[in-house]
Structure formats: structure tokens, C-alpha cells
Design a protein around this ligand. Structure first.
Ligand code: ADP
Ligand code: MG
Length: 280
């Protein structure tokens, strides 16, 4: 069953006086099936953040539609959007986006507090998730008292505690060292095995090689897709590298070797509005 349908989505940004237009997404089409784990790759400026913002209902397409479980995101009334987002989506950000003056436990429970869930239900949901993510002993600590990897696992707990339809992750390993990245990718693999649908934007070939499908976007369009099939992570890694090389060779005015083209960090802003997503 498709959980997400992106149909003919275009996004044109117009500058304040309407003089300049930027086509960030160009008639984009794809679907995501229930239970899939999809990575999205593409150079800086290819439209990844624009796409995530639209999927997160933080922004609206200029044309086309996005259906989440059959519901058209563009038809949701402005005042219902925060609640819709809270009830249906989970977010994992590059910079964790935890609230510094909340304990890890309170950070994780925040979406449930906003949903006005009874305390007993919150505790009931928290325990297995904290154990699964290996942070059960850290719940009374504050973000500044734990490592980056532990912060990111806390953010994943916050994202999955509402049992969202879909997790949207924007460079979730971007601020982690290789050991913490491996831990996070292991966690994503496990929650995906439990049935959680995940859409992850990443620059990291290693991170993408843990997903089951990789969508490459270029100039606001889906340029190519790779499916894992029976490939191991190592084999998929090699396929992704080859695809990135081809993509980079086709890029105009490429000045860097292919690996630099894709490993540099995005200059543009990512999905970084946790307060807006969970609180407003
Ligand atoms: N608010 C905006 N106003 C005008 N142009 C924008 C805006 N946001 C993004 N763009 C442009 O849209 C294109 C896609 O950007 P973006 O979605 O941020 O790409 P990515 O996340 O892949 O780096 C780029 O050309 C970028 O400059
Ligand atoms: Mg971006």
C-alpha cells in the first residue's frame, strides 16, 4: 500500500518583487510504500530541503499534490496543520533539535504532551522505546550531559513515540562521528524492521547504503532510483558511488572530484524548525 504519493509537484520560488523565479522542484513524481526505507540523495541546490518542507507541510507546492495515506496535504486548513504534523509525522534533524532545558524523557514525551495523552499512556509508550534505543538509563539527564549519538537516539525516540505514518529525517548522521552514525543507522534499520516507514535525506553514501531504495534528485526531478534487491550494504554502497560519479560527471561546471561534490555539506538550510513542528 502506498503511504505517500507525490504527484506532479512543482515549486517555484518568486523573489519579493516577482522579478526572479527559481524552479526548485519540477514536476516531481514518486510514491513510497508502507514500510519502505528510502534515502534521498542529490547535490546541494537539487531541491531536497524544498521537498522535505513540502512533505512536512511547512510549505506548499506551486502545483501538484502530496497525499499522505490518501489525505491531500494541500487541503489541510492552516490551523490544523500543526496537529496533523504532530499526529502523522516524526522528524529527525541533523542538529537533534532537543530542548536544552528539558530532560531527555521530557523531550521524548513532548509530542504526547502536546497531544494531551494521559500520563499512564506516556509512560507505557516510553519504556519499550527507550530500551530499544539504549537510552533507558539516561532519561533523567539533560541533552548537554549526553553524547551526540545519545542525543540523536533521543530524537529518534521523540520521532517514533507517536507511532507516526512516516519519519522524515534530514541528514540524521550529519553531526555524528562514525561510531555514533553506525549506531543511528542500526536503530533506523531496526525501527524499519518493526514496520516504520522512513524517508531520509543524506549526503552520506554509507548512510544511504543502509536504505532499501535510493532516490537521486537533480534539478528538482527524480533523476534515478536504485533498489537494494538482494544486495548487501557493501554492494549497494558501490552502486551508489557509481551513480554519484555519473551524476557528478553530468553536472555542469564541476570543479571538484566527484566525491567532494557529494560529501560537502549543504549550504542551504535544512529542516530545522523543531519548535514550529512540534510546538506551534
Ligand atoms: N526560500 C527560497 N527562495 C528562493 N529560492 C530558494 C528558496 N529556497 C530554496 N531556493 C532555491 O531552490 C533550489 C533548491 O534548494 P533546496 O531545496 O534548498 O536544495 P537542497 O536542499 O537540495 O540543497 C536552489 O536553487 C535554491 O537556491
Ligand atoms: Mg538542503
Amino acid at each position: 500500500m502506498s503511504i505517500l504519493k507525490v504527484k506532479n509537484v512543482s515549486k517555484i520560488y518568486t523573489t519579493r518583487f516577482g522579478s526572479t523565479k527559481v524552479q526548485a522542484l519540477s514536476n516531481m513524481n514518486f510514491t513510497v510504500e508502507q514500510g519502505e526505507y528510502v534515502a534521498i540523495m542529490g547535490e546541494s541546490g537539487s531541491g531536497k530541503t524544498t521537498l522535505l518542507n513540502i512533505l512536512a507541510s511547512l510549505d506548499r507546492p506551486t502545483s501538484g499534490e502530496v497525499l499522505l495515506n490518501g489525505k491531500n496535504l494541500t487541503s489541510i486548513k492552516e490551523k490544523e496543520i500543526s496537529a496533523f504534523r504532530r499526529d502523522n509525522l516524526g522528524f529527525v534533524f541533523q542538529d537533534f533539535n532537543l530542548l536544552d532545558n528539558f530532560s531527555l524523557k521530557d523531550n521524548i514525551l513532548l509530542p504526547l504532551v502536546l497531544q494531551r495523552k494521559p500520563v499512564a499512556e506516556m509512560e507505557e509508550r516510553l519504556t519499550p522505546i527507550a530500551e530499544r534505543l539504549g537510552i533507558a538509563q539516561l532519561l533523567e539527564k539533560y541533552p548537554y550531559e549526553v553524547s551526540g549519538g545519545q542525543k540523536q537516539r533521543t530524537a529518534v525516540a521523540r520521532a517514533i513515540i507517536t507511532s507516526p505514518q512516516l519519519i522524515l529525517a534530514d541528514e540524521p548522521t550529519g553531526a555524528l562521528d562514525s561510531k555514533a552514525s553506525a549506531g543511528l543507522l542500526h536503530v533506523f534499520r531496526e525501527i524499519n524492521r518493526d514496520g516504520q516507514t522512513i524517508l531520509m535525506v543524506t549526503h552520506s553514501t554509507n548512510a544511504a547504503s543502509h536504505a532499501d531504495r535510493i532516490m537521486f534528485i537533480k534539478d528538482g526531478e527524480v533523476f534515478h532510483q536504485l533498489y537494494r534487491g538482494n544486495l548487501t550494504n557493501e554492494q549497494l554502497y558501490a552502486r551508489i558511488s557509481d551513480t554519484l560519479t555519473v551524476l557528478a560527471q553530468k553536472a555542469e561546471g564541476a570543479q571538484f572530484p566527484p566525491e567532494c561534490q557529494f560529501n560537502r555539506t549543504d549550504s542551504g538550510a535544512g529542516l530545522q524548525k523543531a519548535d514550529e513542528m512540534y510546538v506551534s
